[in-house]
Design a protein around this ligand. Structure first.
Ligand code: PEP
Ligand code: MG
Length: 529
């Protein structure tokens, strides 16, 4: 029996099963180098075939819509062309271009963007396979109850793999935001990622235990250990079942309705949130739409996405937050200045109020989509009344232009503000007089209140939502909203912490917006108050 350990949190489930160690055929196309144009022709054929395959998968899977944009980006072909011009054959040129692009993405500070390096690798692996004669399924032979073990799992693997057979994943690489983790959490599968090369020593067919919450993989466990984990599995299942019993119910406390909504970043998230019993979407992070694309999504494309999200809510409220970019989130197509302190710099509403045309395209798209559901609009990182008034003024201008053009839109759309800076807390009463709701963003509020970077492990002990300063900030905000008679919700991760639920309800919070996997847990906790 031996144990492998990581600190990356992938999913909370436990699995016991047979290790299916993926053996990927190394696809090295053997061929005689031709002229530059012949090499490029071979690449173009493989690229066209890959694009066709991805386009087909994109019809039923959101992940591949993003792949499609990458594979169609001229940058990809240009990279390969440059290496062919330098004398490499097509196989080597694809490998070199792949390594360059992957390194570029991996170097990005933002965890979400750096995780996209996996998408690039995935696309290049497909092109390489097509160059060598076709894509093969590395999961041939996966049996019911297997745990898939691999260096890295790619988004397209999830299409080749029959998820109903698999109990979990173990990978050498990967972070919490890797696709494999998202898929694992969404399907309640166990996963441990980022274990390093030790993973390669797991034998195919070995019995392994994957404890997602602890980040451990136990290889060839003894009977006592297996019994211990079987009990843990039974406990998790029993707890989930109990939580599920209230997931679809309406909740109240002292006669007042309490909403448990979910945070979402895509239409697929919204669908999943509704299935999980969410009472709406309290935070739709619109930046994912911008980040998944290699250029700014057009007003029409945004309208399509927001209205699809609104329809997926089936009449329940959905709050769309305007672009929250900057800080740790970048856009490949937008030049950001080099900043000493990006979190104190050009981000969120500051960017929108400067790039007004871009902002107005988004506002118009939201106003139009609001005809298809209970859509609300929310501004991130507001620190002054002036910012709110300026944003509202632009919103009015967008309404006027839509009216003039005879385009349908919702004129009485509700407007809210994220309370995620101490400045917004101090002036909460002033802001409340000019908006319809607040949403407390504890992820940022904690970092700005405690002056502790949310991603810096050295100050992680200070990044504490339970600290007195943060608790006072939260209570002041709820109080200001109550006095002004406006709604107040919380959409930061603190809302998903069941240990805090009772205190928050006591403090007067009546709307929670939590991660999708926590909807049942938080509803259950509230039902027991
Ligand atoms: C927050 O800051 O709490 C929040 C919900 O926004 P984000 O995590 O997207 O910054
Ligand atoms: Mg925030």
């Amino acid at each position: 029996m031996r144990t492998l350990q990581t600190s990356v949190r992938a999913s909370e489930d436990v699995a016991i099963g047979r290790a299916f160690v993926v053996r990927r055929a190394t696809v090295k196309a053997q061929h005689q180098r031709g002229s530059d144009s012949e090499e490029l022709q071979l690449f173009d054929a493989a690229l066209a075939l890959s694009t066709e395959q991805i386009a087909q998968m994109a019809e039923s899977n959101d992940i591949f819509a993003a792949h499609l944009e990458i594979v169609e980006d001229p940058m990809l072909r240009e990279g390969v062309e440059a290496h062919i011009a330098e004398g490499e054959d097509v196989v080597a040129a694809v490998e070199s271009a792949s390594q360059e692009l992957v390194a570029m993405f991996e170097a990005m500070d933002d965890e979400y963007l750096s995780a996209r390096a996996a998408d690039i690798k995935d696309i290049f692996a497909r092109i390489q396979a097509n160059l060598a004669g076709g894509v093969v399924n590395p999961f041939e032979g996966v049996e019911d109850g297997d745990i898939v073990v691999d260096t890295e799992l790619f988004p397209s693997d999830m299409v080749l793999l029959d998820l109903s057979k698999v109990r979990g994943f173990v990978t050498a690489q990967g972070s919490t935001t890797s696709h494999v983790c998202i898929i694992a959490r969404n399907h309640s599968l166990a996963a441990v990622v980022g274990l390093g090369n030790e993973v390669l020593q797991i034998e195919h067919g070995a019995t392994i235990i994957v404890d997602g919450a602890a980040g451990t993989v136990i290889v060839e466990p003894d009977n006592e250990t297996i019994d211990h984990y079987r009990l843990q599995q039974a406990n998790i299942a029993a707890m989930r079942q109990e939580q599920q019993s209230v997931a679809q119910s309406e909740l109240s406390y002292n006669g007042e309705h309490i909403a448990v909504m979910a945070n979402a970043g895509s239409v697929a998230d919204v669908e999943q949130a509704m299935a999980a019993g969410a009472d709406g979407v309290g935070l739709f992070r619109s930046e994912f739409l911008y980040m998944q694309s290699t250029e700014e999504p057009t007003e029409d494309a945004q309208y399509e996405a927001y209205s699809a999200a609104a329809r997926a809510c089936g009449g329940k409220p959905i709050t769309i937050r305007t672009l929250d970019i900057g800080g740790d989130k970048a856009l490949t197509y937008l030049a950001f200045p080099k900043e000493e302190n990006p979190f104190l710099g050009w981000r969120a509403i500051r960017v929108s109020l400067e790039l007004r045309d871009m902002f107005c395209r988004q506002l118009r798209a939201i106003l139009r989509a609001a005809t298809e559901g209970d859509v609300r609009i929310m501004f991130p990182m507001v620190v002054s009344l002036e910012e709110l008034l300026e944003a509202k003024q632009l919103l009015e201008q967008c309404k006027a232009s839509l009216a003039e053009q005879g385009v349908a839109y919702r004129s009485d759309i509700k407007v809210g503000v994220m309370i995620e800076t101490p400045a917004a807390v101090f002036i909460a009463d002033t802001l409340a007089a000019h908006c319809d709701f607040f949403s407390i963003g504890t992820n940022d509020l904690v970092q700005y209140t405690m002056a502790a970077d949310r991603a810096n492990v050295k100050v992680a002990h200070l990044y504490n939502p339970y600290s007195e300063a943060v608790q006072r900030a939260v209570c002041q905000t709820i109080g200001a909203a109550k006095r002004a008679g406006i709604e107040c919700s919380m959409c930061g991760e603190f809302a998903s912490d069941s240990a805090a639920t009772a205190t928050l309800v006591e403090a007067g919070l009546r709307k929670f917006s939590v991660n999708i996997g926590s909807v049942a847990k938080i509803k259950y906790t509230i039902s027991k108050l």
